[in-house]
Design a binder for this molecule. Structure first.
Ligand SMILES: Cc1cc2nc3c(=O)[nH]c(=O)nc-3n(C[C@H](O)[C@H](O)[C@H](O)COP(=O)(O)OP(=O)(O)OC[C@H]3O[C@@H](n4cnc5c(N)ncnc54)[C@H](O)[C@@H]3O)c2cc1C
Length: 426
């Protein structure tokens, strides 16, 4: 029977395993103490709470992700309003609103004052169509205008989806996301996020499924090299040990791009992979009791912010959790200063709709900066992304950095795992 050796237990590697288990034997080699990679939950001692490394938002359009969740029996672990509702708050104008997208392709929402972005002009909608046709070298800022649709929706949407400043972000990648979401209407844009945690939704049920079907997951196992002969991977190097591969064995390389470059470059002439990254900051504030909100925030569970540093605020039990994307621009800022600034933004935007009053002083807090959260989604980096199939007959690549046609996202990672299995002919 064919055996698939999967290097990297992030969502790309898990997706490859879930796709092929039952048709082939599977072993996952994960360098870290647990699987999940950039989408994981853990107990934070200082906060005394279990947190996610970063808040992750999905949209109902993410078909591969929902298929994966279905295969591992975890569809019910996500939560969301069940409708395309997005509460927003503009910190500079001290103004809140809810974007209520209409179900279908025709943007009826744009005609209704209580559903659209305040201050937007209908003429700005033409911009959406132009982004769908963006060329591979175009950047997002070339398409944005100075109207409110740009400032209060498209720019924050682009920064969140691409994790890259709009001045350098690829408009074609934004177009790829929009084609599957906004362009299809609200039915494709219902927001979803894990009710409990990333690991409880995406990782633990996958591992349970894989091991139930006799797959093996080896955490704390770093693959440092591969042995190649006659156009095939013949062995995997792990510390001083080499695992010899049989003639039927296949390999999915699902570790991050920087690891792929160091391990594979010598064996794949001309190999290229993204080499510039953007960070994401998450700040988790722990309150004395569960945070409860009135109105739309209570219904949806998160709010988007513009005009400040904080971009998304999530209510997660006793934790108020904030995301700041494309965070390389804050690399020189002092963490305590950022924590205090973001806390003042939360008090302004969210404080008035909470059941309990927020304290003035910053509560116990943890700032997590994922330095290589995603590759920088620029036209130049997008060109460096390799296809799943490689010149080595039994080796395929997976990972959000491979050429999925999507930016670095859960959906991209999960698609890449399935694509790697297809590339191996399984
Ligand atoms: C803070 C943050 C917020 C995000 N928000 C969102 C969001 O809202 N929506 C969304 O869709 N996406 C979001 N993303 C992106 C998403 O998390 C990633 O695209 C996805 O998790 C990448 O999965 P992957 O399997 O490709 O890579 P990884 O998760 O990086 O997995 C690679 C795995 O390989 C392992 N590994 C490395 N070297 C070796 C080795 N030598 N041997 C064996 N194993 C090795 C690593 O430990 C890791 O577990 C966010 C990312 C971050 C960091």
């Amino acid at each position: 029977m064919t055996h698939v050796h999967i290097i990297g237990g992030g969502l790309a590697g898990l997706s490859a395993a879930v796709d092929v288990i039952g048709r082939a034997g599977v072993t996952i080699y994960e360098a870290g103490p647990a699987c999940g990679g950039r989408a994981r939950s853990y107990y934070d001692k200082a906060l005394g709470a279990r947190i996610d490394n970063g808040n992750h938002l999905l949209l109902s359009a993410n078909k591969a992700t929902f298929r994966y969740l279905g295969l591992i029996g975890a569809e019910k672990t996500l939560t969301g309003p069940g409708a395309p509702l997005f509460p927003w708050f503009d910190l500079s104008a001290n103004l809140g609103w809810t974007l209520k997208l209409s179900k279908g392709r025709v943007p009826f929402w744009a005609f209704a004052r209580n559903r659209r972005v305040p201050g937007m002009k209908l003429s700005e909608l033409a911009m959406l169509g132009r982004i769908l046709k963006a060329g591979p070298e175009d950047t997002v800022s070339e398409y944005l205008g100075d109207g409110m649709l740009s400032q209060r929706l498209l720019e924050p949407f682009a920064i969140s989806a691409l994790n890259t400043p709009v001045e350098t972000a690829s408009a074609a990648l934004l177009g790829a996301i929009m084609r599957e979401t906004l362009a299809l209407g609200g039915t494709a844009c219902c927001p979803w996020y894990p009710a409990e945690g990333l690991s409880e939704s995406f990782v633990d049920p996958a591992i349970a499924h894989i091991t139930r079907l006799q797959g093996e997951v080896r955490c704390g196992t770093r693959v440092s090299g591969v042995d190649v002969a006659q156009g095939r991977v013949r062995g995997l190097r792990i510390g001083n040990e080499t695992i010899a591969l049989g003639p039927e064995d296949k390999v999915v390389f699902a570790a991050p791009s920087q690891v792929a470059r160091s391990v594979l470059e010598a064996h794949l002439p001309g190999f290229e992979a993204p080499d510039a990254y953007e960070s994401i900051i998450n700040v988790h504030y722990r309150l004395p009791g569960p945070v409860q909100a009135r109105g739309m925030l209570g219904k949806v569970g998160f709010v988007g912010l513009v005009g400040g540093v904080a971009e998304w605020v999530y209510l997660k039990g006793e934790i108020l959790s904030v995301t700041v994307s494309a965070a390389n621009r804050y690399a020189d800022r002092d963490n305590d200063e950022l924590i205090a600034k973001i806390w003042s933004e939360i008090r302004q935007a969210v404080g008035p709709v909470l059941v309990e009053t927020l304290p003035v002083a910053v509560p116990p807090v943890r700032l997590v900066c994922e330095k290589r959260a995603t590759f920088a989604a620029t036209p130049a980096q997008d060109r460096l992304r390799p296809q799943a199939r490689t010149a080595l007959e039994n080796l395929a690549l997976a990972g959000d950095w491979t050429q999925t046609g999507f930016p670095s996202t859960i959906e991209g990672a999960i698609r890449s795992g399935s694509e790697a299995i297809r590339a191996l002919g399984l």
